[in-house]
Write a protein that binds this ligand. Structure first.
Ligand code: G6P
Length: 469
């Protein structure tokens, strides 16, 4: 993919996670989350080096070393205490809630900030040790917002870009964070900055103007005499991979295939931003409003465990589990459980089959950078059928106008929309799905990366030409 030099892909997580407490042979596990899902194939197809955190390594593991070498993966070493404060403390206790508009949940700690700075320096060191002339560095996500500027200070003519995978809030919200200037200045070390939506890009430009006093245009920021381009690049999915079928014999899938029940499906990392209590309440309200579906329609809700060392994540888990119990207590029959709740991650083949069997996919986050699950569902529907209910607060909503879009806070309307999804004439359902499939196929993850890289190169060329005049 790179014409000159190597491409560094840099993200907090590598696509695999190492757990040295697991038995030998089972220590490496695929990482979850939108970022790695989106980037994995891009990395495999290019000659890039992927720099990221792998887990805490104790001593040597020759098998691991050869795996990393073979897959061009470079682990960054960060001491456990520092990693905890950087990842659980600052990245996910301060930045994550603020960027998702959960201002009141933002925690502030100087110790967490110091570890965030230290961890960003550890990433910089890992890159600098491997850097050759002509290399390009593509930094990813909110865990590494200081890295572009650290690298720029190391070498002023480095080629650096940044992609932000989560929302960027309006400047009114952003300016509530105590280290706002450092964070904005950190990102302004890049030459090219991408967001999933035009709104996030606009919010960022506005924050750069208000917080850093930068001169801004509609899609450009002038900072320390350097033009920085800001653009919207919504990430796509590996369309072909989700279109594959392979029949598996798991218990959930057998139950799905055998029954003539209607299935609503939700698959999410268990996160308070995903609107899970609201979704469960909407489903319960749907059963109340449309009682002929009691005994017929069920919700399969898969929650992938996430960030379990953070209190707010444990709190949301208890809340979800209480609600599941309440709904099942109220609506169950001897042969019917309305909510099937699964708290673990499940393999991709199983996810694909679930997508293919589900009548309605329910993706209703309160706030989400993009949401790849919505796109994966569409990619998996090779039969051209199925219906997507999508929150208007997911970044993906701006490209998925044919989905049934809802305000996830509005329980009553979501309940009616679940009914509408079932009552929609098949012709309309298929037309909506076909339009979505066409768009998702054209804008897949490879197309996303190629576009980003091409626009980044174009910006470099324009800057060079302009600086000569
Ligand atoms: C989101 C973020 C990613 C993150 C993923 C999983 O998609 O944008 O940066 O990797 O969630 O979260 P985790 O904390 O497990 O890496």
């Amino acid at each position: 993919m790179s014409e000159q030099g190597k491409l560094f892909i840099v993200s907090n997580r590598l696509p695999v996670n190492y757990n040295d407490e697991a038995p030998a042979g089972q220590r490496l596990k695929a990482s979850s989350g939108g970022l790695v899902t989106g980037l994995r194939e891009i990395h495999e197809q290019s000659d890039s080096l992927w720099i990221g955190f792998l887990g805490q390594l104790q001593g040597q593991d020759p098998e691991l070393e050869s795996y990393l070498k073979e897959h061009n993966l470079v682990p960054v070493h960060i001491r456990p205490k520092v990693y905890d404060k950087y990842y659980n403390g600052y990245a996910n206790g301060t930045l994550w809630p603020l960027f998702h508009n959960f201002l009141a949940s933002m925690s502030i700690s100087d110790g967490h900030w110091k570890s965030y700075v230290e961890a960003n320096h550890a990433f910089a060191k890992a890159i600098i040790d491997l850097l050759s002339p002509g290399d390009r560095i593509w930094v990813h996500d909110y865990q590494l917002m200081l890295l572009p500027q650290i690298l720029r200070e190391h070498q002023n003519d480095l080629k650096i870009s940044y992609f932000h995978h989560i929302p960027f809030p309006s400047s009114e919200i952003f300016r509530a964070i105590p280290r706002r200037s450092e964070l904005i200045n950190g990102l302004l070390g890049a030459d090219y900055i991408g967001f999933h939506t035009y709104d996030y890009a606009r919010h960022f430009i506005q924050s750069a103007k208000r917080v850093a006093g930068a001169k801004t245009k509609i899609n450009e920021i002038m900072f320390q005499d350097r033009p920085i381009k800001v653009a919207a690049h919504p990430l796509g999915v590996d369309f072909k991979a989700f279109a594959k079928t392979k029949s598996l014999g798991t218990r959930i899938l057998e139950r799905l295939r055998d029954s003539d029940r209607i299935t609503f499906l939700g698959i999410d990392r268990l996160d308070y931003t995903k609107g899970l209590p609201e979704r469960l309440k909407s489903f319960a309200r749907f059963l109340e409003l449309y009682p002929h579906f009691v005994g017929k329609a069920r919700l399969i809700q898969i929650c992938v465990p996430s960030r379990q060392n953070i209190g707010s994540y444990n709190k949301i888990r208890s809340q979800v589990e209480r609600l599941v119990g309440k709904i099942n207590g109220e609506f169950s029959r001897s042969d019917y459980i309305p909510v099937e709740y699964i708290f673990r991650s499940i393999p991709q083949e199983e996810v694909i089959e679930l997508y293919q069997q589900a009548d309605v996919m329910v993706v209703t986050p309160l706030r989400d950078g993009l949401n790849l699950v919505a796109k994966e569902y569409v990619a998996a529907r090779t039969d051209g059928d199925g219906c997507l209910v999508l929150s208007e607060f997911a970044g993906a909503a701006s490209e998925m106008g044919e989905a049934l879009q809802v305000n996830p806070y509005d329980i009553e309307t979501v309940a009616h929309t679940l009914n509408h999804a079932l009552e929609m004439p098949p012709k309309e359902r298929r037309e909506r799905m076909q339009a979505l499939r066409k768009r998702m196929k054209e804008h897949d993850n490879i197309n996303w990366a190629q576009n980003f890289m091409a626009m980044w190169s174009q910006h470099e060329m324009d800057t060079r030409v302009n600086s000569k005049h």
